[in-house]
Write a protein that binds this ligand. Structure first.
Ligand SMILES: [Ca+2]
Length: 314
């Protein structure tokens, strides 16, 4: 799913091009909700959310009911590239409050992805750059990843009223940080200097693949600009200043400026050809109240499954 030819300026490095988007012109089923934000907060303005997919079951009368949870996700890519194969079933069947007890912490503190990238690229990087790096991976244990994905970032999306911070794999959002107009959104979110973006919530135009590569593999949060706030420094992250990328750009400009913010699906007929959007204008939902009074939540929906939203008001 991820193209590992990622180092800009490196011979053979991938260039930013929409042609690298393997999902272009593909449809993803989505279930979108727009919820008044004041329905989701408790004693402070930080919330956590995740989704679960449940099997569709039938009783003796043929009525539907929700079976066991078979998939779960808060932050993108956690299930795919962080949780180890032997524990994916446990992770998918569980809830965030069980993550510490299920001993998922080491997957975050000692991630495999940077080690894989090192095994693939270390020799080539040293050869081309004339360096003698012994690894491309930041030093473990990765306190920066624990803060980013398990506790929330202090001052951004960590609950200010819980000490110590509650750990668990949820997508955290600080509603008190004002959302930005689409024209002002930066695709790299927090690491790009836009605290209204991922991992403080997730907007459709946030380039979560590039963000994850630069946080997990480059170790950008160990760079001098963060001054040790994430428990690491640049000497522990050999390529902290390398902007790793999958080469597939995405930004807010690719999406609608009103709920559900995601684009309308492509028709099955003529997909991939020019001018295959309907030429007639259909009535679309009104923009409704402006942010931040509403939060839009969307997730991929698999046919034949129940889906549940869970909100954690800290
Ligand atoms: Ca990208």
């Amino acid at each position: 799913m991820i193209n590992f030819i990622p180092i800009p300026g490196f011979p053979g490095a991938i260039a930013q091009s929409s042609n690298n988007n393997a999902l272009a012109n593909k449809n993803v089923g989505t279930f979108a909700l727009e919820v008044p934000s004041n329905c989701l907060t408790a004693t402070n303005q930080v919330i956590g959310t995740w989704t679960g997919i449940r099997q569709l079951k039938h009783d003796a009368n043929g009525d539907h009911f929700a079976g066991a949870q078979v998939s779960r996700l808060g932050n993108p890519l956690i299930n795919e590239i962080v949780i180890g194969l032997r524990d994916k079933y446990v992770f998918n069947a569980g809830v965030p409050s069980q993550d510490v007890g299920n001993n998922f912490g080491p997957y975050v503190l000692y991630p495999t992805l940077p080690a894989i990238v090192t095994s693939l690229f270390l020799t080539a990087v040293n050869s081309v750059l004339g360096t003698t790096l012994t690894t491309l991976a930041p030093t473990t244990p990765r306190s920066d990843l624990a803060i980013t994905f398990l506790s929330g970032i202090p001052g951004i999306n960590q609950s200010p009223v819980q000490t110590p911070a509650v750990l668990g794999e949820v997508l955290r959002l600080n509603i008190s940080i004002a959302p930005k107009a689409m024209s002002a959104q930066l695709p790299l979110g927090v690491v790009g200097g836009d605290t209204a973006g991922f991992p403080n919530g997730r907007r459709p135009g946030d380039d979560v693949i590039d963000i994850a590569l630069q946080v997990v593999v480059s170790g950008i949060l160990c760079s001098p600009q963060y001054n040790g706030a994430f428990g690491c420094n640049s000497t522990q992250a050999p390529i902290y200043n390398v902007a790793l990328t999958d080469g597939a750009p995405v930004s807010a400009a690719d999406f609608q400026n009103k709920f559900p913010y995601l684009n309308y699906p492509y028709p099955g007929y003529g997909n991939g050809t020019a001018n295959y959007f309907p030429t007639t204008t259909t009535t679309s939902p009104s923009a409704g109240p402006s942010f931040p009074s509403l939060i839009a939540i969307s997730i991929a929906l698999l046919a034949g499954f129940f889906i549940s939203f869970a909100f954690l008001a800290f």
